[in-house]
Design a protein around this ligand. Structure first.
Ligand code: FAQ
Length: 351
């Protein structure tokens, strides 16, 4: 039914096969001799040499300040997205249609928290603390993905998020497993493996609904209608308007442009929608023999900019909820800090 949903013709083993290959490449890069010369006097030349050789920049290495800042921006935005991204689905944990569905959704939402934590830890290797990053989010100085500013109105939306949002996240993140910054690439490998389960659970929810009663099928179609274009917008502005792509690709942080990944996502979804028996809400979606890819209608990028700038349907609600949770969690952070201080003191006395 959905066993081969990641199989692209261009990649043996599909997207998960690419994750495995990236993991092997990471190991090989770690073992390779970086060159007897080492960084020497010219740190910038050595940095360029490591990037050119497809090796990994590690926290101990010198890196241009702009590279460090770009990574902090992207990794932090990614981490915040995982954390805020728990809200739309979290909304349905108490209303899942069965105990089994509830348990699965609970595990999925917990995984997103875990992804946020790996990513905050990866960002911290760049010399910024998690507290600072959280403050930047809460003060509105860092972003999170536009997609989490849309409401989850029905149970089918939980399926659509798994299928489309996690699906788009995987298409975007698999190339990040080959990112030039080691800690981010390593975090992505684990995240992608877990996301593949998320995508499948969402797809399975929609499959059951789409093969259920006419009302259930209509609910699944309605969810696809509402989530399709916001999911396409997740990949960011079109290449011509993408401020960071050229530099990020030169540094091998990003491996493909926003439009390339969006196209890949559309091409992957068409066959999956057919298996579901649902219709992608795009009358202009058709195979282009010349390009060997689907032509499709672009999402509304003016809407994307509105959502990014804080005016999406749920931006205020999401941030209010996050601020409230942060305040409510203060006692946990204080208790953890007090416990750590006590342990440290004990170790000191023992020494
Ligand atoms: N939303 O120059 P570009 C998930 C901003 S995780 C908000 O093209 P870039 C898992 C961009 O930051 C989803 N802002 O930027 C999950 C920049 O603003 P700035 C998150 C956006 O970085 C599933 C400006 O527009 N994934 O879903 C968006 O080269 C289910 C110009 O854009 C990641 O973060 C947007 N959609 O490319 C969790 C992946 N698009 O900073 C729970 C890592 C663009 O100059 C439930 N990130 N912007 O003010 C990336 O791959 C890249 O950062 C892109 C954007 C591709 C998102």
């Amino acid at each position: 039914m959905y066993g081969n949903d990641f199989s692209g013709e261009d990649a043996p083993g599909g997207l998960l096969g690419e994750v495995e290959a990236a993991e092997a490449a990471l190991r090989a890069a770690a073992e390779r001799d970086r060159g007897a010369a080492g960084p020497g006097e010219d740190l910038a030349a050595y940095f360029a040499q490591v990037i050119d050789a497809d090796q990994k920049i590690e926290p101990r290495d010198w890196m241009p300040e702009a590279y460090r800042r770009t990574l902090i921006r992207q990794i932090a935005q990614h981490a915040h997205s995982e954390i805020i991204g728990m809200q739309p689905e979290g909304n349905w944990i108490s209303r899942a249609p069965s105990l089994k569905r509830k348990a699965i959704l609970l595990a999925k939402v917990q995984d997103e928290a875990g992804h946020g934590l790996y990513l905050y830890a990866a960002a911290e290797t760049l010399g910024i603390s998690r507290d600072e990053l959280v403050d930047l989010l809460l003060n509105g100085r860092q972003k999170y993905s536009s997609i989490f500013n849309y409401p989850t109105l029905t149970w089918a939306d939980v399926g659509a998020i798994g299928w489309l949002v996690d699906g788009a996240a995987i298409v975007n993140q698999v190339p990040l497993c080959r990112c030039s910054y080691g800690p981010y690439a390593r975090a992505m490998i684990r995240v992608c493996k877990e996301e593949s389960f998320h995508q499948r659970q969402g797809y399975e929810i929609l499959h059951v609904l789409a093969h259920g009663t006419p009302a259930q099928k209509a609910m699944a179609q309605d969810a696809l209608d509402r989530w399709w274009y916001p999911s396409l917008a997740m990949f960011g502005p079109p290449d011509g308007d993408s401020t960071h792509s050229a530099q990020s690709m030169a540094w091998k942080i990003k491996r493909f442009s926003n439009d390339e990944l969006r196209q890949r996502f559309v091409d992957m979804c068409v066959g999956q929608a057919e298996v579901l028996g649902l219709t992608i809400p795009d009358p202009d979606l058709r195979w282009n023999d010349e390009r060997q890819a689907y032509d499709f209608t672009q999402p509304d990028y003016a809407e994307l900019m509105q959502v990014i700038s804080g005016n999406g349907p749920c931006n205020r609600e999401r941030m209010a909820h996050r601020r409230h949770a942060h305040t409510e969690g203060a006692w946990v952070r204080e208790a953890a800090a007090a416990y750590a201080a006590k342990q440290k003191n004990k170790e000191k006395v023992a020494a």
